[in-house]
Design a protein around this ligand. Structure first.
Ligand SMILES: Nc1ncnc2c1ncn2[C@@H]1O[C@H](COP(=O)(O)OS(=O)(=O)O)[C@@H](OP(=O)(O)O)[C@H]1O
Length: 298
């Protein structure tokens, strides 16, 4: 009698606990679904709050990939090229290229050719006069060699750097219409942006320091964008073989930029490098005066 009563009690309490467990499982699932649903409602594709407008070969990919580890930042992977090549597609098309983000997340895109294109400052201003702009600048001499190295990697039979860089072999006048040189005259391009935007709206990242002290440069970008200071030196790992910092992802995994970033440059004679330095010097000095910052390119 006692045994039957005991077994019945055990059965009833097992059924009770099963129901308790099952109903709490169901309500947790419901809460998860509700949270997911309301987050989906809050997710939106937004026009960018900030744009990395240049410069080509300055370190723009590194900057964007480093910034993307910030939880309050959303950015499309590929360059969008809206304001230079796809403007005819319209602003709605541009918005659709952006990732879906929560209301308190910032949307950022990078297209380094924007910095040097004539109509782009006006077009960006027409989209948003308050947009924040970021320019990664690098010594224009190494930038030119980096640009040439990229061209060479695509077309290995092109003529030498020395052939491109001078107007002719005799005069040794620098060919400023060659894009690799033209892009490095930062003062000229910045002038056009300052017709539309105040200097306070433009942040300059030091491309050399982005390699030697990525966390320091990212801290300045976070502050410029009004982001929480989250990115730390521990987020980076210096890859000795590559000679560049890589991202330390969760756990021990390391993510470096691809093979097209950090290419080995061809050796350019000291004489040519000196002529280039002399060519860029007055433009660099003008750029330092305009920005109020000396980037120390000799
Ligand atoms: N962490 C890290 N890893 C690899 N490369 C780095 C990094 N930080 C800056 N850089 C420098 O970025 C240069 C390429 O610049 P961009 O990304 O602006 O190039 S592009 O305009 O988008 O083609 C690239 O130029 P090259 O060295 O000539 O390849 C690098 O010098």
């Amino acid at each position: 009698m006692f045994k039957i009563g005991f077994n019945a009690a055990m059965l009833i309490s097992s059924v009770f606990f099963f129901f308790m467990f099952f109903s709490s499982f169901l309500s947790r699932q419901k809460a998860d679904r509700t949270r997911e649903y309301s987050e989906n409602l809050r997710l939106q594709k937004k026009l960018p709050h900030a744009i990395v407008i240049g410069v080509k070969k300055g370190g723009t990919r590194a900057l964007l990939e480093f910034l993307r580890i910030h939880p309050d930042v959303g950015a499309p992977g590929p360059e969008v090229h809206f304001f230079d090549k796809r403007y005819g597609n319209g602003l709605e098309w541009y918005r659709q290229q952006m990732p879906s983000t929560l209301s308190d997340q910032l949307t950022i895109e990078k297209t380094p050719s924007y910095f040097v294109m004539k109509d782009v400052p006006r077009r960006v201003y027409e989209m948003s006069p308050s947009v924040k702009l970021i320019v990664v600048v690098r010594d224009p001499v190494t930038r030119a060699i980096s640009d040439y190295t990229q061209q060479l990697s695509k077309r290995p039979n092109i003529q030498s750097f020395e052939k491109f860089v001078f107007v002719d072999d005799q005069s040794k006048v620098i060919n400023s219409s060659w894009a690799a040189i033209r892009i490095g005259i930062y003062a000229k391009h910045l002038r056009r942006w300052l017709d539309y935007f105040s200097l306070a709206q433009i942040h300059f990242v030091n491309g050399e320091r982005l390699v030697t002290d990525p966390a320091g440069q990212l801290a300045k970008v976070e502050s410029f964008l009004g982001l929480r200071p989250i990115i730390k030196p521990s987020n980076f790992y210096y890859n000795e073989t590559k000679g560049f910092p890589c991202l330390r992802k969760s756990g021990e995994s390391i993510q470096c930029l691809g093979k097209t970033k950090g290419r080995i440059h061809p050796t350019i004679s000291e004489e040519v490098v000196e002529r280039l330095r002399a060519f860029f010097r007055p433009f660099n000095e003008r750029f330092y005066r305009m920005t109020g910052r000396n980037f120390g390119w000799s």
